[in-house]
Design a binder for this molecule. Structure first.
Ligand SMILES: Nc1ncnc2c1ncn2[C@@H]1O[C@H](COP(=O)(O)OP(=O)(O)O)[C@@H](O)[C@H]1O
Ligand SMILES: [Mg+2]
Length: 407
């Protein structure tokens, strides 16, 4: 028996500011209360009392001036308040266009939307501000506009509730990661490579409370930035430029000495850590190397920082079934499309005994995963259920995430 079935659109736009990913997901609950079942393709997942079925997904690129406006606003030392206010409403319209377009494409009507919004600023750790300790996060994209256009309720602004509960507001995708990928005898590292790279480690046979998740460092952000600077291209399609270059090991090693990589998890990163300033320092260290070598080096930095994070923070963790457990990485995000990055990662992971797989192999297309996560989180919020994973975000309690806008 199933109940509370809904078609939910998950809408994600990440720190790459490349565009909007939308996933249409059927979510419901089974009345079976047996708690552990084997994870399988997303089209068949039944875990605890929830089930998910991906009905369709699509990507809508931001028009170039919008992408530029978003990039300029992110972490900007100065910005026009009027422009930020307008950008909020404009993004609401673009998100609505994306949901209306996918409804049309798949001839489905959604019941609910979960919209992450575009992060303009994220600071998961409290810092002194006007005499107080303040942590802050800000996602823009007006949900009232989205609700009005699509004519269904919209859950948005997921991160503040976790910060208010003492967490870092990220990663939130761990809730989906655990639900889909926990396994009795396989330990899994669910790795997403977006602008920033983040992982969820799920020890074999563990409860959700044993999940560890954090941002490992740059994903595509530095690669994109150097491609833009040196080749006037938004990204390194399929990793072709990096493939033609040689990695400057010295620069990778020096950059990996940066303080972020040594921080103990939970930890989160964004353009604040790996944006303009970091890229400036990186390019400077590369000196007058060939342009393609610089792209190759940025690609190696991502691969090595992920392997490093696993060596430092994942492998030393106690595991109930460590000895016989298989350790797998399940890769998703735009970075999974960069063949050079994937090849480098594979080489880095081999000595760690980590087997590389793709979320696509589990019925979850790598570009749709985060959008699916926000559909699920919206569903939980709609039913007034908490969906942060405190061991992942560092929160001191669970929290119902987000705000609801009605049409
Ligand atoms: N075909 C491709 N080849 C190489 N890199 C790609 C490809 N498609 C996407 N990417 C990379 O993935 C990034 C977008 O990844 P995404 O998962 O959407 O990240 P975010 O969540 O930060 O928006 C792009 O900026 C680009 O660097
Ligand atoms: Mg994106």
């Amino acid at each position: 028996m199933t109940k509370n079935e809904m078609i939910v659109a998950g809408v994600m736009s990440g720190t790459s500011a490349d565009g909007i990913n939308v996933a249409l997901v059927r979510v419901g609950e089974t009345e079976i209360s047996s708690s552990r079942q084997k994870p399988g393709p997303v089209t068949e997942v039944r875990e605890a009392e929830r089930y998910l079925k991906l009905l369709g997904h699509a990507e809508y690129r931001y028009p170039k001036p919008v992408r530029q406006a978003v990039l300029a606003a992110m972490n900007a030392p100065r910005a026009s308040v009027a422009d930020l206010a307008r950008l909020n409403f404009l993004l609401g319209e673009l998100y609505a266009d994306a949901v209306l377009a996918i409804e049309k494409e798949f001839r489905l009507k959604v019941d609910l939307v979960g919209c992450h919004g575009q992060t303009l600023y994220h600071q998961g750790d409290p810092k002194r501000f006007l005499g107080h300790n303040v942590a802050a996060t800000w996602q823009t994209g007006e949900a009232a506009v989205l609700a009005a256009r699509v004519r269904v309720p919209v859950v948005s602004d997921f991160r503040p509730a976790d910060i208010a509960a003492g967490g870092k507001g990220a990663p939130l995708v761990s809730f989906l990661d655990y639900m889909l990928f926990h396994h009795a005898s396989r330990a899994r590292i669910v790795q997403n490579i977006g602008g920033i790279a983040n992982l969820t480690f799920i020890p074999a046979g563990s409860a959700a409370t044993a999940v560890v998740a954090f941002d490992t460092g740059p994903g595509n952000m530095v690669i994109d930035a150097v491609c833009d600077r040196l080749f006037a291209q938004p990204f390194d399609r399929a990793g072709r430029i990096a493939k033609s270059g040689r990695v400057i090991d010295r620069v990778v090693n020096e950059m990996l000495r940066g303080s972020y990589f040594r921080l103990q998890p939970p930890k989160t990163a964004g353009r604040e850590e790996f944006g303009r300033e970091f890229v400036g320092e990186f390019v400077q260290k590369c000196g007058n190397a060939r342009k393609q070598d610089i792209v190759a080096t940025a690609t190696a930095l991502t691969a090595r920082s992920i392997a490093d994070a696993i060596r430092r923070f994942v492998l030393p963790r106690p595991s109930p079934v460590r000895k016989q457990a298989v350790l797998e990485m399940i890769l998703s995000g735009g970075g999974a499309k960069n063949a050079t990055l994937v090849a480098m990662l594979k080489i880095e992971l081999a000595p760690l005994g980590v087997q590389l797989r793709f979320s696509d192999n589990y019925g979850l297309p790598s570009e749709a995963k985060e959008a699916v996560a926000f559909a699920l989180l919206a569903y939980e919020t709609w039913h007034r259920r908490a969906s942060n994973v405190p061991s992942a975000t560092g929160a001191n309690r669970v929290a119902v995430l987000g705000k609801i806008s009605f049409p």
